[in-house]
Design a protein around this ligand. Structure first.
Ligand code: PLP
Length: 395
């Protein structure tokens, strides 16, 4: 019998959970109404969207009015950055700047650099953790937004968002700015994302990283940033970036993707319920795997450190093997891992995240990411290690 391919790239994407798929199924052709229609077909769809929104809000400790569905986390990040900056411009804030960390995902970096404002970059330590004292110095009276990701997609480092929010609030005083946005796409699976506990104003999530369908994301928008009730343009401190029928309280026009919204809610609910157990399980698997991997490649090195790291992430630097060579070999032997982030896997640009934690171009080019998930077990990882052993012998 042919052995199953081994997928060790869960930070890139995850398969749709069977329970999620089941929940979504009726909304493709049975309950197919437009959630904006007034008739019973529309009402059934609208009810499903409402229930999903409420379910997600409960998981995040938020109000259902604070959940804005988008087509992806990339779009949610764009909405957070552009939406806040455009609004601040309208409010007459001059010489605007925003602060982002040096290890953000491209969807934050690129969105930031496409804005016509100064972008200040907060440095991170060799562990990939933002230096709060340095960050504080970057913030001044013209800073309208600080966007710092909760957990990194390449090295799995995560930030103390709670502490960060205390710093931001101190800087804010009695004013509105700076607002705090976090990209929690990679964090949700393993870290609590209760918005009040974290103290964030805006938070991004993506469905396909938590065993939901691809092509749906959300932006949590604290109610104090929203003034209007569904009238396009009638919002405070954040502007829409997509205009049209005024769905999502005017913040994201476009017919609601009912089936995907329902699936996203189920996926978040399941991940939330499984978080503690799954974190422990994956952490044990990861630690064992890493120990063996370091035995196979004794001169290799873990990039960043074990503390402040997601339990499923390994980012390892080989001494004399290029990431590309390793990826091709492993793929030929049915093991999927990645180099850098999934989104930049097709361009050979050196990972800015690895550079930000102090790696040289050469070291970064010899680094691969292994990210575990629900589908992995001890037996499968043992098989994967045998292939890594084979790779060692082949180069
Ligand atoms: N933010 C982070 C940290 C990610 O890892 C990703 C996906 O790789 C994204 C944002 C973009 O998510 P999406 O694929 O939903 O646009």
């Amino acid at each position: 019998m042919k052995k199953r391919n081994i997928y060790l790239d869960c930070a890139a994407t995850t398969p749709v959970d069977a329970r999620v798929l089941k929940e979504m199924q009726p909304y493709f052709s049975k309950v197919f109404g437009n959630a904006g229609s007034l008739h019973s077909f529309g009402q059934a769809a609208s009810r499903a969207v409402f229930d999903a929104r409420k379910k997600i809000a409960d998981v995040l400790g938020a109000s259902y009015k604070e959940i804005v569905f988008t087509g992806s986390a990339t779009e949610a990040n764009n909405l957070a950055l552009r939406g806040v900056v455009e609004r601040a411009k309208r409010e007459g804030v001059k010489d605007i700047n925003i602060v982002v960390s040096a290890v953000e995902h491209e969807s934050v970096f690129e969105a930031a650099s496409a804005l016509d404002v100064e972008v200040r970059v907060a440095e991170v330590s060799s562990a990939g953790v933002v230096d709060l004292a340095k960050l504080e110095k970057l913030i001044d009276k013209n800073t309208v937004l600080v966007s710092i990701m909760y957990a990194n997609n390449e090295i799995g480092s995560f930030q103390d968002i709670k502490k960060l929010s205390t710093v931001i609030k101190k800087k804010r005083g009695s004013g509105v700015y700076p607002l705090l946005h976090t990209d929690a796409v990679q964090a949700f699976q393993y870290l609590s994302c209760q918005v009040d506990e974290l103290g964030v104003d805006l938070m991004t999530l993506s469905s396909h990283k938590v065993y939901g369908p691809k092509g749906i994301g959300l932006l949590y928008v604290r109610s104090s940033l929203q003034k209007g009730r569904g009238n396009s343009g009638d919002v405070a401190h954040i502007e829409p970036i997509i205009f049209g029928g005024g769905q999502e309280r005017g913040l994201r026009s476009g017919t609601e993707n009912v089936a995907f919204i329902v699936g996203f809610a189920k996926a978040l609910e399941l991940a939330d319920a499984m978080r503690i157990k799954e974190t422990k399980r994956v952490c044990v698997l990861r630690d064992r795997f890493l120990k063996e991997l370091l035995k196979i490649f004794p001169q290799s090195k873990l990039n960043a450190q074990k503390r402040w790291r997601l339990p499923n992430n390994i980012n390892i630097q080989f001494k004399d093997l290029l990431a590309e060579e390793a990826l091709v070999f492993l793929d030929l032997h049915s093991v999927a891992v990645s180099a850098g982030s999934a989104c930049s896997a097709h361009n050979l640009q050196v990972s800015p995240t690895l550079k930000a934690i102090g790696l040289s171009d050469e070291q970064a080019k010899r680094s691969i990411r292994i990210s575990l998930g629900r589908g992995n077990n001890a037996e499968e990882l043992k098989r994967a290690l045998a292939i890594f052993r084979k790779m060692r012998k082949s180069f």
